[in-house]
Design a protein around this ligand. Structure first.
Ligand code: PRP
Ligand code: MN
Ligand code: MG
Length: 178
């Protein structure tokens, strides 16, 4: 299939596979925290918007949702190493259980930049929930507590993940040729 003029080499995770894994993660998060303690699910835009919206509907307890915007890739396929925070969450983090939701952990640059900043707000706990993990990041300040799938060392798109802002709307995760 060709989408946006760029060849899609293969489907990595189907819509059904993702939905089943998202349900499992939602159940685990529901059971992980006492119901009478505050929970804030914090998504990193743009990539996490679909994963977050699906996973929060599988979390059966009171909770807040907020977002921040972090961008590292620009238009390219290789991380620039720079992470710009374009919008910071205004939510109170202090005393709350905070889950940072990412679509993918690639070089780890984004997490390593965001997590120390979030910690300065003294959340009751801070965990990461990532749909995909490439396991190539060295010196991650915190390993994700929840990972949807281990991800091969390819350029993956769909289900929120982009290449030059395209493909985010694909309902599955695929690989495009470099
Ligand atoms: C992508 C992805 C993660 C990050 C992972 O975001 O959504 O946030 O890169 O890569 P890293 O581990 O090497 O930091 P991107 O900067 O492309 O912005 P986007 O979410 O708007 O696509
Ligand atoms: Mn992102
Ligand atoms: Mg991107």
């Amino acid at each position: 299939a060709r989408t946006g003029g760029r060849p899609l080499s293969r489907i990595l995770f189907s819509t059904e596979q993702i939905a089943e894994r998202v349900r499992e993660i939602g159940r685990e998060i529901t059971e992980a925290y006492p119901k009478d303690e505050e929970l804030l699910v914090l998504g990193t835009l743009k990539g996490s918007f679909i994963f977050l919206s699906d996973v929060v509907r599988e979390i059966a307890r009171p909770m807040e949702v907020d977002f921040l915007i972090a961008s590292s890739y620009g238009g390219g396929t290789v991380s620039t190493g720079e992470v710009s925070l374009l919008y910071d969450s205004s939510s109170v983090l202090t005393g709350k259980h905070v889950i940072l939701v990412e679509d993918i952990v690639d070089s780890g640059t984004t997490l390593n930049r965001l997590l120390p900043q979030l910690r300065t707000h003294n959340p009751a706990s801070l965990e990461v929930c990532a749909l995909l993990h490439k396991h190539i990041a060295r010196d991650l300040v915190l390993e994700p507590r929840w990972v949807g799938f281990d991800c091969p060392h390819d350029f993956v798109i769909g289900y929120g993940l982009d290449h030059s802002e395209y493909f985010r709307n694909l309902p599955f995760i695929g690989v495009i040729q470099p």
